[in-house]
Design a protein around this ligand. Sequence first.
Ligand code: FE
Ligand code: FE
Ligand code: ZN
Length: 279
Amino acid sequence: MLYIGCHLPSSKGYLAMGKHAISLGANTFAFFTRNPRGGSAKPVKEADAAAFRALAQEQGFGTLVAHAPYTMNLCSADPSIREFARNMLADDMLRMEYTPNQYYNFHPGSHVKQGVETGIQQIAEALNRVLTKEQTTTVLLEGMAGKGSEIGSRFEELRAILDCVERKEKMGVCLDTCHLWDAGFDVVNDLDGVLEKFDRIVGLENLKAMHINDSKNPIGSHKDRHEKIGEGHIGTEALARVINHPALRHLPFILETPNEDDGYAAEIALLRSLYNESD
Ligand code: FE
Ligand code: FE
Ligand code: ZN
């Protein structure tokens, strides 16, 4: 079974997202837990979350992959921004419990001249302060394209963060095909090699979700500009190998391509047609 979906607007609540996903042929999806530009979040309505949970169960949805706001920088050089980010993370962990046992993905952060080491320490410190034994959410570090001072474009950096987090059982990784490519990993000609390297450094058991995007730029560009499936430098064939790879095929795949509903529905249908159901 292929679990695939796209990023959906969250302003109308959970049940609306579930119905929206179904209308696109999706059986998982991503959403921002709050306005992606940051700021305070609308309270979650329990009745809406309950209606969504029933729908998701009935429809056999895969695990959702919520996305933290882009502005959440746990390793900002400014302590007040770090505190703001930490509070946002803590609040999101509470909000995520309305849909128990899902994934929450975030960009590790940009260290902005503090250095990778300091950044990694600050990210881990925030996670150590916020994650609780009781939470059912698994928090995913997203592998990044390496734009500016972004942490997480090297597997060693993801490993270093995981190593410093105490509640390792609450952590995982989400890889993004556009980010891998832009970071210099050749997912077109050497997917096996990339995954072997990931396994050696981070461990494939920690890989919980994939973002499936084409890239507007050549390998190693560090640009992070997503493209529609088949219209970028990665291409449809390589992305079909990603969704069918034995180490990946069971994971939730989230499209973050520049599309409206029609385009997402078409990409979901295309990837479903390229998925080998049998094995
Ligand atoms: Fe992301
Ligand atoms: Fe992504
Ligand atoms: Zn991206």
